[in-house]
Design a protein around this ligand. Structure first.
Ligand SMILES: [Cu+2]
Length: 140
């Protein structure tokens, strides 16, 4: 009887794993210009082996510029805490056309609830100025 129980638990766990794998929690955001810039883009955050993979694209930036960015708790316009270590967020580096794309692995599981946003900071020496922002929304 014990072995039958174990196999039932194993099957239940397998079914849960398959269902979860077929419906990954993916978050997306459209980044809108802030403070009179033309900097826009997209951001996605999705599960990656117990961690998260985040991709950000950006256009309308200055050529050859560095734009720090993060996932923050809350919504655009707020002053929410950075989710996870700030050092995990490799800054965006624009090309000569002012466009950039970066993909990073973030050392935390993708959340399945809550409110989050992605913001783009003006430069490593002007973190207080936000040049683009988007609220993350969950998509199955
Ligand atoms: Cu930030």
């Amino acid at each position: 009887m014990i072995s039958r129980r174990i196999s039932f638990a194993a099957i239940a766990a397998l079914v849960c794993t398959v269902v979860a794998a077929r419906m990954p929690m993916k978050w997306t955001a459209t980044l809108a210009p802030q403070g009179g810039t033309s900097i826009a883009g997209t951001a996605t955050v999705e599960p990656a082996g117990g961690q998260s993979k985040a991709t950000v694209t950006l256009t309308g930036g200055a050529p050859n510029a560095t734009y720090p960015w993060h996932v923050h708790a809350g919504a655009c316009g707020g002053n929410g805490k950075v989710v996870g270590p700030a050092t995990a967020y490799t800054p965006l580096k624009t090309d000569t056309y002012g466009a950039a794309k970066v993909t990073v692995t973030l050392p935390f599981a993708a959340p399945d609830s809550g409110s989050y946003y992605v913001n783009i900071h003006k430069s490593p020496t002007d973190m207080g100025t936000i040049v683009s922002c988007g609220n993350l929304t969950m998509a199955m």
